[in-house]
Ligand binder design. Sequence first.
Ligand code: NAD
Ligand code: WQD
Length: 348
Amino acid sequence: MKILVTGGAGYIGSHTAVELLNAAHDVVVLDNYCNSSAVALERVAKIVADETGRPAQLTAVEGDIRDRAALDTLFSEHDIDGVVHFAGLKAVGESVAKPLEYYENNVGGSITLCQAMQAAGVFNLVFSSSATVYGEPPEMPIREDFPIGVPTNPYGRSKLMVEEVLQDLARSNERWSIALLRYFNPAGAHVSGLIGEDPQGIPNNLVPYISQVAIGARKRLSVFGGDYPTTDGTGVRDYIHVVDLAKGHLSALNWMQGNSGVGIWNLGTGLGYSVLDMVRGLEKASAREVPYEIVDRRPGDIAECWADASKAAAELGWKAELGLDQMMADTWRWQSMNPDGYKKQGQG
Ligand code: NAD
Ligand code: WQD
C-alpha cells in the first residue's frame, strides 16, 4: 500500500515509517519540520536499506497539514491508500500558553487533512490519540470503555476534540475506516541508534530528560512529587517502546482492510513503572549515575496510569514485545551516538 505519514519526520512518525517501509509499503511523509529534522528521514532510508537490502520507497514532502492546496496536490500526485496522522503539536505546558496554536494545528489541521482526504476519496485514517483523553480514571488498568475524562490542558482537549470530529465523520459516511490509537508513554529509540527522540530545548518528558542528565547535558532530574500513593511515592506510567508502538500502526492499517467505522485501541504494555524505576533503568543501561531531587508535584499530573492492552491484542493481534531493559539500552544508544540529536550534522 502507499501510505501518507503526516509528521513522519518526528519521533513516533520516523519509527513508524521504518516499520512501514520494512513491510514493503511505499511511504510519503508530509512534515513542516517545526519540531523535527529532515535528517531523520535520511536515517530512516538508511535503516531500511541496511535491514532489507533494497532502497526505501520513501518520498519526503515539506508542507503543512493546514495547507489545503498542498494536500490536494499531494493527493493528486500520489495514489494514497491510507493516512497515518502524527502531525501536530504535543507540549502540554506550551499548550497552556499558546492554546490557539494548539487548536489550529491539532484540530484545524486534522479537519483540513480529512477534507482533503474526502475530496481525494481516501477514507483510511490512523490517528495519534493519547491516554490523556481518559483524564483521571477511576481505576487501573485503563480500558477503552472507560468514560472519557476531563483533560487538564489544551493539548489534551485538542486530542479529545479530534477524536469526536472523527467519530462524527465516520457516522456521516460508512466508507471511513478510522483507528483512534491512544498511546500511553512512548520511550526508547530504534536499535540502530540512528533515530530517536530529539526534543528542542528542555525536554518535557521524563525519559529524554533522564538521558540528557546521564550524558551530562543537564545537572539533575527534578522528580515531580515523592508523596503519591504508589510503591515508592513517585508517579507511575506505562512506558511503551516506540518500535512496539510503531508496529501497532501497521496492525491498525491491517484492521482497516476488512472493517469500517471507528476502532479505538490503547497502545500500552499493561505494566506501570515509577519515575525512580526509570532512573534506575537508565543508570543500568548507561553505567552512569543520574542525580535527582524530589520536588513538588507538577500541576495536572496524576499518580498512576497504565493500560489494559487486551483489546488491541484480541482485535489487532498486536502486543508490546520489548521490555524496560531494551527501552533503556536503546534510549542510551541513541543519546550517546547523537549527543546533540540531529543537529550534529548542522541541520534541524
Ligand atoms: P513530534 O513532535 O516528534 O512529531 C510531530 C511531527 O509533526 C513533527 O515532525 C512536526 O514537525 C510535525 N508537524 C507539527 N505540526 C505540523 C503541521 N501543521 N504540518 C505538518 N507537520 C507538522 O511528536 P511525536 O512524539 O512523534 O508525536 C506524534 C503524535 O503522537 C502527535 O500527534 C502527538 O500528539 C501524539 N502523541 C505523542 C505522545 C508522546 O508522548 N510522544 C503521546 C501520545 C500522543
Ligand atoms: C512521566 C512521569 C512525571 C518529567 C505526557 C502527556 C501525555 C503524553 C505523554 C502526549 C510523571 C514525571 C517527568 C520530569 C518527572 N503526551 N516527571 N520529572 O506526564 O505521563 O504524559 O507525555 O500525548 O499527554 O501528558 O509524561 O514523561 O511528562 O512524565 O518527575 O522532569 O515522570 O511527573 O510521573 P506524562 P512525562
